[in-house]
Design a protein around this ligand. Sequence first.
Ligand SMILES: [Fe+2]
Length: 358
Amino acid sequence: MEWVYIHRHACRALDCKLAEDVYSKHKTLLLKEGTVVTAAHIQLLFQHGISRIAVGGQASVLEQLEQKWEGRYSRFVQAYRQQFEEIKRVFAAAADGTDIDLTACSDQFEQLAEEALASGSMLVVLQQLQGHSDYTYRHSIHVGMLSALIARLADFPHDLVMEIGKAGLYHDIGKLQIAKEIIQKPAKLTPEEFEKMKQHPQLGVALLKKNGEVPRMIHDGVLDHHERVDGSGYPRGLQGEDLSAAGLIVAVADVFDAVSSDRSYQKKSSPFRALRIVTEDIFSGKLSSRFGLPFTAQMLQLYTGADVYLSDGRLGTIIQLFPDDLEHPLVLVGQDAFNLRGSGLAILDVADRRSWEK
Ligand SMILES: [Fe+2]
């Protein structure tokens, strides 16, 4: 159990489970022990003048999804839950070297991707999930959905959108064949370890091929997701025209999701910082502008008008995001509009908003 002073460290309490009941000054029960703390709860606690709460461990990804979205997006949560189980099963087989049947996992992905593409809000939800314990599964599922979105924005036909999505889903499957000490190392890899790590795209393709024919887009996406437009990537150091479309797409999705997710060695950044990093990588010639710019534009559009919780507990609405300073948008709080830049405030989380449902 840990005490968190929410005026200073509200972020630390987010998505943790309450270790004990929380009462108001008038002895009314506000939140029950075991509740997964959301930004809305923190706002409630601020309103009641409560400055610290006792939290236990972090809720699992599925518990967070269920808490936030079960009632409203039940089909999506159900599809996500099943996808989670499927990818776990596939990765366990990949790690053991046993035969993998991808059929159920790939079929499930199509259902999940349809749900995600039908409403942009799902992609906003994904970046709200916290905790690194299930990172491998979660990151794979999210890169899959984001890759499908980017492919759709680029007007690929539906069957290729799904294939590119599956390339994102399986992009890191080769990592299962690399020593855990390297994959989970909470520090910078040595040059030797990094050389081993760089083999995971080829290992992934070989693993998929062992289990049947691999469609072109899946093959390219898995093999090329660490290639970079300027030739600085791996494993082959391809450049420009030689890069595959699927590889370029999965690369954008991978960078965005990795930055905006908790990992064992790094706390997640806000989606706004992730978009900033993707934009910088596009302009420095690493990520594809053809696929990256429509994606960042789409995400900016999704977040403009979003309600956000600020680090002082107030609820605001993003009225303008500045491409040159994405982490400090113009925010409306009550009747006042102000720029977060220089305000000392940060965006704690994106609030649920029904108006996102379209
Ligand atoms: Fe990778």
